[in-house]
Write a protein that binds this ligand. Structure first.
Ligand code: G4P
Length: 534
């Protein structure tokens, strides 16, 4: 490929915005996603995403388990056009399907939208996901949701974000009233008030009346106390004195904050417009050849997620690839960095919710689904031209641990093969006891579902029925400096040592308290909550 491609790539990158939503269950991720699609014109009436989910449940679920539990296991990518931009929303599995994939998806995202319930503030899953965003210095845009219900004071929420996450905040808009009296938002940049009208469950776009702050009509449009409250709030915000510092936003140090209600559509459009304006476009990525800009004319990308058997009729596997540079074209032949082999990418898929649609081309910031006949693993780089490899996706700290037992010795071979393949695929982490007598693998997962998926797949794909013996631990930390460093600190209490698939020492703790205790007792001990895949 030549540099003739450059203008085309430049335009594609300018147009692309890619993000993932980080939130705790019930904060309104599905609702907000649906409203973004509504404003993006990808759906015409809200309710479609939920309906689609229900429809899927009835038809083509790739696992009975998914049906039984009524949840969606697969992480999907939604692409839609809005105001001349191509937006890629990477869906992060949440709820009970919270897993290592949720973290890995953030490796493919350029921006994160942190969705918070105004009544609850920061919640555990949001905090965990935030930590991964921080590791990658992702820009974070905060949407405080459910202002149509009684919630906490907006200033208190800003304070919580600053203190707990160490992020500077800048409120881009400000709520007018709350609960039943939530009337709209004040756009601080344009100094305009947006007053909304409610529609039934927000199935259509919300109509808003826009008035300048100095407009005399405001006093009639807003009840007196709300008007005075707003004026007071504006003064307080001004006294805080902070400006929106885009550099700090892009470095993940300041978060622009938006208030609204996804259900009634209040503030959603304003959020989307500002987000498009401020979000990072696909940028350069670190590789074995240094920083590679997205407009580099050769194609490259990396695998951030593998999905097995999404379609029970085909029993196939799909590798999700984030395109980093160049242009992807159907049927192109690429190099697979890890194996040194060449692969023809013949059945690429674009992903809109669960539907698979074949694609002809894709650009930096896009995600494509490739049929994966066992070639790809998490973190693999594919490329054309000069060899390059992107930094791998690390292992994230698991929170659930269980011995996996195979009660049937005649199935030993299948058991071993299944465990090894599922580990390579990244379905679960495998650890081992340091006690040679205990040879059963320990499954280590971020979410319960990962364990169930492993058992289900061992049975269905390898014919092995297994049982789990849970271990009473909830935190894992890799020892920096390996066994040597561990030996130096001597005997440790309130923790056990296991080894990961690469033989590295990992300490398991029952709780955060025990972890802090060990760290307090041994200041020289350095522990990491992620570890590279080698
Ligand atoms: P999630 O994907 O983050 O888990 O959240 P989801 O969108 O499913 O929303 C969780 C619940 O919160 C839903 O109520 C949803 O309607 C409600 N919700 C979302 N955004 C808002 C908002 O801006 N204001 C208010 N008041 N509620 C909101 P549900 O009763 O569980 O479901 P449903 O009856 O609406 O289907």
């Amino acid at each position: 490929m030549t540099t003739e491609l450059q203008p085309e790539l430049q335009t594609a990158v300018e147009q692309r915005r890619n993000f993932a939503i980080i939130s705790h269950p019930d904060a309104g991720k599905t609702t907000l996603t649906e409203k973004l699609l509504l404003y993006g014109g990808a759906i015409h009436e809200a309710g479609a995403v939920k309906a689609r989910r229900a429809q899927r449940k009835a038809t083509s679920d790739w696992m009975e388990m998914e049906q039984q539990r009524g949840i969606s296991i697969t992480s999907t990518v939604l692409q839609f056009a809005y105001h001349g931009c191509q937006i890629n929303l990477l869906d992060t599995p949440g709820h009970q399907d919270f897993s290592e994939d949720t973290y890995r998806t953030l490796a493919a995202a350029d921006n994160a939208v942190m969705l918070i319930d105004a009544a609850k503030g920061l919640e555990p899953q949001t905090r965990k996901l935030f930590e991964v965003c921080r590791m990658r210095s992702l820009p974070i845009f905060t949407f405080v949701n459910k202002l149509d219900r009684p919630g906490r004071e907006p200033l208190e929420l800003l304070d919580e974000i600053e203190k707990e996450l160490g992020l500077q905040t800048y409120a881009v808009n400000w709520p007018i009233g709350m609960g039943d009296r939530f009337k709209g938002v004040f756009d601080r940049q344009k100094q305009q008030i947006h007053l909304f009208e409610r529609t039934a469950h927000g199935s259509r776009e919300a109509k808003d009346t826009i008035v300048d702050l100095g407009d005399p009509r405001i006093e009639d449009l807003l009840e007196k106390d709300l008007y005075y409250q707003l004026k007071e709030d504006i003064e307080v915000l001004q006294e805080l004195g902070l400006d929106l510092d885009l550099e700090a936003v892009h470095a993940g140090q300041m978060t622009p904050i938006f208030f609204g209600s996804a259900m009634t559509n209040f503030g959603v459009e304003l959020f989307l417009n500002n987000f498009l304006h401020y979000a990072l476009k696909p940028g350069s990525r670190n590789s074995s050849n240094g920083e590679i800009p997205p407009t580099y004319p050769e194609f490259s990308g990396f695998v951030f997620k593998l999905q097995a058997n999404m379609d029970p009729k085909h029993r196939d596997r799909v590798a999700f690839v984030r395109v980093c540079t160049g242009k992807f074209e159907k049927d192109m032949v690429v190099n697979h960095a890890r194996s040194g082999k060449t692969v023809r990418l013949s059945r690429p898929q674009k992903l809109f919710a669960q539907d698979r649609e074949s694609i002809e081309e894709a650009y930096p910031g896009d995600v494509i689904g490739l049929n994966n006949p066992g070639v790809f693993a998490i973190g693999d780089t594919i490329y054309t031209g000069q060899k390059l490899e992107y930094e791998g996706i690390p292992c994230f700290s698991p929170e659930l641990f269980a011995y996996l037992r195979n009660p049937n010795p005649s199935k030993f071979k299948q058991f071993r093969k299944g465990v090894s393949e599922l580990r390579e695929e990244g379905a679960v982490q495998i650890m081992y006891s340091v006690d040679e007598a205990k040879r059963d693998p320990i499954l280590a997962a971020v979410g319960q579902l990962q364990l169930e998926v492993v058992q289900f797949r061992l049975l269905n794909e390898y014919g092995v029925e297994t049982t789990l013996d849970y271990l009473p631990y909830s935190l894992a930390r890799w020892v920096a400096g390996g066994w040597e460093a561990l030996e130096k600190v001597g005997r440790l209490f309130n923790t056990i040592t296991v080894k990961d698939s690469w033989g590295r020492p990992v300490l398991l703790f029952k709780n955060e308290w025990n972890l802090q205790q060990v760290l307090g007792d041994h200041p020289s001990l350095k522990l990491n909550n992620t570890a590279p895949v080698v």
